[in-house]
Design a protein around this ligand. Structure first.
Ligand code: GLP
Length: 245
């Protein structure tokens, strides 16, 4: 793992956007694995700004998002389909036909998940996988468990995740209890992983990811085994980690 310490959220977002932009410049038809949550929003808006200036062309890029709430339609403002349109896809010159998010509107979990695995596999897996990290160390919606997951699957969200994500809903009862998420094995197949973390509430998860045992109780800890993983985190998120990083 390469840990890059940034001053704050803005610095993290800009540096992350630089890495993604470099990937797209080097390989215009890159396959990008994308994430939702508050953390990547600054990265997306920086990339959109560069795209509008003509500096970062997404016209040949294809994207595969990590996860989606089960039971929400694509136009539901709480869905990750909607999130990606509003925060990124509608601001850049990507062909929407090349963007993919698990189909949370399909009640048939088995069909939705195996279809997603198939299209990610056919795309050759991401060149670069962007990730955030949950307060409990989850990646995508791979929650702490007694084993690491493999392909896309349906998960029951933990109370801690429902609590954390309820800030984005009117009330906690509105947070869906299940989601479809890419598995840990699929994430590990990405040729580069860029995981972002900002703020003190992520400090313990970042410490466990980078220095704890590699264990499914902290799903992000598996990234210690990835050959090309960059942890891009601000001072607050790295506050529990050794100062040398
Ligand atoms: C959500 C998403 C994750 C995200 C995480 C952190 O549950 N499924 O992909 O990384 O929570 O979110 P945030 O960036 O808002 O802290």
């Amino acid at each position: 793992m390469k840990i890059i310490r940034t001053k704050d959220y803005k610095d993290m977002s800009r540096k992350a956007a630089n890495i993604i932009s470099a990937q797209v410049i080097l390989k215009p038809d890159s396959v990008l694995g994308l994430a939702t949550g508050s953390t990547p929003i600054g990265t997306y808006s920086q990339l959109a700004e560069w795209n509008q200036k003509g500096d970062c062309d997404f016209s040949h890029v294809s994207t595969y998002n990590l996860d989606e709430y089960r039971g929400l339609t694509h136009s539901d403002p709480q869905s990750y389909h909607y999130f990606m349109r509003v925060n990124f896809f509608d601001k850049i010159n990507i062909d929407l036909a090349n963007t993919h998010v698990p189909d949370g509107a399909n009640p048939d979990a088995q069909a939705a998940c195996s279809h997603y695995d198939q299209i990610v596999r056919e795309a050759g897996y991401p060149d670069l996988q962007l990730l955030g990290i949950g307060r409990n160390g989850h990646i995508g919606f791979n929650e702490p468990d007694d084993h690491f997951s493999k392909g896309t699957h349906c998960v029951d969200l933990t109370e801690s995740t429902i609590e954390a994500n309820s800030r984005l809903f009117e009330k906690k009862e509105d947070v869906p209890r299940q989601a479809y998420t890419m598995g840990v094995q699929t994430i590990m197949y990405a040729r580069m992983v860029l995981i972002l973390a900002s703020g003190p509430e992520k400090a313990q998860a970042v410490y466990d990811m980078c220095y704890g045992p590699i264990a499914p109780s902290c799903p992000a800890s598996i990234l210690q085994l990835h050959q090309n993983c960059i942890v891009m985190a601000d001072e607050a998120a790295l506050s529990k980690c050794p100062a040398a990083e």
